[in-house]
Design a protein around this ligand. Structure first.
Ligand SMILES: [Zn+2]
Ligand SMILES: [Zn+2]
Ligand SMILES: [Zn+2]
Length: 173
């Protein structure tokens, strides 16, 4: 379970305790997948999370009207390591993306990563598509795994992909 569960999330976006505002900006670390060619992203990729993962990765909820943070956590959104969020946002990805598959030399690989995102939500409304704050190659985006479809080769980050804390990682919803 994340720092915030579904019930806590619903409470957080209910009404701002300071101004009773009902529109919030939510920052969350969520799964993003993309194809890479010769080590570079072909495109910006697409989100690969669901609602539970979105809630699980949430690290800040801010009232748009008065800027009160109704929820805030400095822990790593993935492993809950103390202070891990700052590390995740400020550092580059650690898992190197090879130019080609080390096994079959395929040039196009599939990558799964974690991207920080923001989205505006109004209480009672659905969550629109979040905007990524960092993409492959930028500080804050972290590669979780890389795979080659044709031959099945794959590599997965051994430490926490976000803050580099040692395993084991907690289970995600
Ligand atoms: Zn407010
Ligand atoms: Zn971590
Ligand atoms: Zn391969």
């Amino acid at each position: 379970m994340g720092e915030l569960d579904e019930a806590g999330f619903e409470r957080a976006i209910g009404a701002c305790p300071t101004c009773a505002g009902k529109t919030f900006e939510i920052a969350s670390y969520i799964d993003r997948t993309m194809q890479v060619m010769l080590g570079d992203a072909d495109n910006d990729g697409k989100w690969a999370h669901d609602g539970e993962k979105f809630v699980d990765g949430t690290y800040r909820v801010t009232c748009v009207n008065c800027k009160t943070n109704v929820f805030e956590s400095a822990a790593c959104p993935r492993c809950h390591h103390e202070g891990g969020l700052a590390t995740a946002l400020a550092t580059p990805s650690r898992l190197a993306v090879p130019k080609k598959c080390p096994k079959c030399k395929e040039l196009e690989l599939v990558l799964l990563g974690f991207a920080p995102s923001v989205v505006r939500v109004t209480s009672g409304g659905r969550v629109p598509t979040p905007t990524p704050l960092a993409l492959l190659g930028e500080d804050g985006f972290h590669v979780v795994a890389i795979a080659c479809d044709p031959c099945g080769w794959a590599v997965v980050a051994e430490t926490c992909p976000l803050c580099d804390a040692p395993p084991p990682l907690r289970a995600r919803p």
